[in-house]
Ligand binder design. Structure first.
Ligand SMILES: Cc1ncc(COP(=O)(O)O)c(C=O)c1O
Length: 393
């Protein structure tokens, strides 16, 4: 979360005074956000959900993913990406990330089998994946693409908005994201079919809400769920949306400045696929070994500049996705994708070193966060800290 204040308070006050908190037939805060977010991202449809996890899961339902399918996910992402695949009944297959900290297109190809139906490229820490290469692989192998843009809300890739490039995209609006309503999420798609199916998963009554009975199709009458957003989330996100683009523009500028400071100090940047369009929330430097990365990290910390090694970020590295590594795919054995007969032939073996290359990269990288409230003086001190912590590494 970067900014929240009077604009959000005013909208919430107005909402409470109206007494209309249910999203249907009320003040239209969710309707407005869905329309504005679709326009912002450049897609036809947005469906708000309760979280990034439920957005991923409902998008997978929308795409028709289920038992018998393998879905490729990167080794570096919050475990919810892989758990959403299990929630849909499918098997997650873990592939390496490369020096961009995002899915390696070459390794994606290596992990394909006749069971692979989809891939979830994850735009981690604001960094877009190599979407041109990933879409090329997807087209060649007829894979569905669900972009996980939970950590890259509002970011782009070579002139396109993240989430609009694949068949669907998912966003998180939890407290830690670029815009937030405390907890929240949404999926986007250009496809009416994906939107309709995904909407039933978001709201089990969505089929019946359709005012035009002619539109009600039997295949949409499956048992859904309830991940429906309330007008509170809609109201806060409507205020947050107007903050997003100027904030990211500022952070992109800061990131470029930090990268330049690193270059001057002899550091090597991670691969950035789209510096002009990405979120700019983190500048990353890659070292030849973990000891050098840790020395730089400690040097920055002692100079008051926060940073982290992606390897240290808990459930964001596949080796710490315990429900997957332990193959406990559901609360009940009969529902567990790892145990059901439909998945007998598409199960894979998970080992601690199955993506050793990713572990190496994640242990040798230092990420430094930018912030929209950083002023000229703060930027100067960050640049100075990079210069002073770098020598000899
Ligand atoms: C890459 C990624 N995917 C999915 C999620 C899940 O989002 P949420 O916490 O809103 O369920 C997160 C959340 O941190 C995430 O970082």
């Amino acid at each position: 979360m970067y900014r929240i204040g009077d604009a959000e308070i005013k909208r919430i006050r107005r909402l409470i005074e109206s007494g209309k908190m249910f999203r249907y037939g009320s003040g239209g805060e969710c309707d407005k956000f869905e329309a504005d977010w679709s326009a912002h991202v450049g897609v036809k449809y947005t469906r708000m959900a309760r979280s990034g996890t439920s957005a991923l899961y409902t998008a997978l339902v929308g795409l028709g993913i289920g038992p018998g399918d393998q879905v490729v996910v990167p080794a570096y992402t919050y475990m919810a990406t892989a758990l959403a695949v299990l929630a849909a009944g499918a098997i997650p297959v873990i592939a390496d990330v490369d020096e961009s900290l995002t899915l390696c297109p070459k390794d994606l190809v290596r992990r394909l089998t006749k069971h692979t139906r989809a891939v979830i490229p994850v735009h981690m820490v604001g960094l877009p994946c190599d979407m041109n290469a990933i879409m090329k692989v997807a087209r060649k192998h007829k894979l569905l693409v669900l972009e996980d843009a939970c950590q890259a809300v509002g970011g782009g890739y070579r002139g396109k908005m993240l989430g609009s490039i694949g068949d669907a995209g998912a966003f998180s609006f939890n407290f830690f994201k670029n815009i937030t309503c405390g907890e929240g999420g949404a999926f986007v798609t250009k496809s009416k079919g994906v939107y309709d199916r995904g909407s039933v998963a978001v709201d089990c009554c969505s089929f019946y809400w359709d005012e035009n009975p002619q539109q009600r199709r039997d295949e949409l009458q499956f048992a859904g769920n309830n991940f429906r957003a309330s007008e509170f989330e809609g109201a806060i996100l409507n205020a947050q949306l107007s903050r997003l683009a100027p904030m990211l523009k500022k952070m992109r500028g800061q990131k470029k400045r930090l990268l330049k400071a690193g270059e001057k100090a002899g550091l090597v940047s991670i691969t950035n696929h789209s510096l002009e369009d990405e979120c700019g929330t983190h500048a990353g430097f890659l070292f030849t070994d973990e000891a050098s990365a840790r020395a730089f990290s400690n040097g920055l910390k002692s100079r008051g500049v926060g940073n982290f090694l992606p390897m240290d970020t808990g459930r964001h590295v596949y080796t710490r996705w315990e429900p997957i590594m332990r193959e406990q795919g559901a609360h009940h054995a009969a529902l567990d994708p790892f145990k059901i007969p439909a998945n007998r032939n598409c199960k894979v073996k998970y080992t601690q070193d199955m993506c050793a290359s990713s572990l190496g990269i994640l242990s040798r990288t230092v990420l430094i966060g930018t912030h929209p409230d950083n002023d000229a003086q703060r930027m100067q001190s960050m640049v100075g800290a990079i210069r002073d912590a770098a020598p000899g590494l």
